[in-house]
Ligand binder design. Structure first.
Ligand SMILES: [Zn+2]
Length: 179
């Protein structure tokens, strides 16, 4: 079994329309939260910036949530703009749904595959693991990872998930001998 790992190389951009310039790309930049206390309730936002005009907008992370419902470490993380908390909130599908954006993963991830291909022994089984929830089409990932054409992928790969449907859940496939 050969291990392949899909991981992010940076945070993805957001496909989010700017109300000023109509550009559709925003970034979390260095990653900043804003916390606003209102009595015993807290609002938490993640700030994002339009890559075109620089306008800042706020994505709702928590909306009037009782202070006592927060884990103290989480609250510290919001105040300290903890990069890991920025990443985990940005990649949480709930944030995207609530704030109506999608993630733009182009050039924000890589495939780590063992450099040496054990020669001559077929079939070969490969297990793909996702260290980050990057949506990829299995057929493209496999073609890229093995240096095969898409028609070769369709001919030589046996896969437990549909090859054309984007996924960010681990899967495995078998490479049959060519020729
Ligand atoms: Zn803009």
């Amino acid at each position: 079994m050969l291990p392949w790992v899909v991981r992010r190389t940076r945070l993805p951009l957001l496909s989010l329309r700017c109300v000023d310039c109509r550009s559709e790309s925003a970034t979390t930049g260095e990653g900043r939260f804003r916390v606003n206390a209102n009595g015993k309730l807290l609002d938490v936002w993640l700030l994002v910036r339009c890559v075109s005009c620089g306008r800042t907008s706020k994505l709702t992370v928590h909306d009037r949530a009782p202070v006592r419902s927060f884990d103290p470490a989480e609250l510290d993380g919001y105040h300290a703009n903890d990069p890991e908390l920025v990443a985990s909130r940005l990649l949480d599908p709930l944030l995207a749904r609530r704030n109506r954006f999608t993630l733009d993963w182009r050039e924000a991830w890589r495939l780590d595959a063992p450099p040496a291909w054990p020669g001559g022994v077929w079939p070969v089984r490969v297990e793909v693991v996702f260290a980050d929830p990057v949506p990829v089409r299995p057929e493209r990932l496999i073609a890229h990872g093995l240096g095969l054409s898409r028609s070769e992928v369709l001919r030589r790969i046996k896969c437990d998930v549909p090859l054309h449907r984007p996924t960010s859940t681990g899967f495995a496939f078998t490479v049959m001998a060519g020729g």
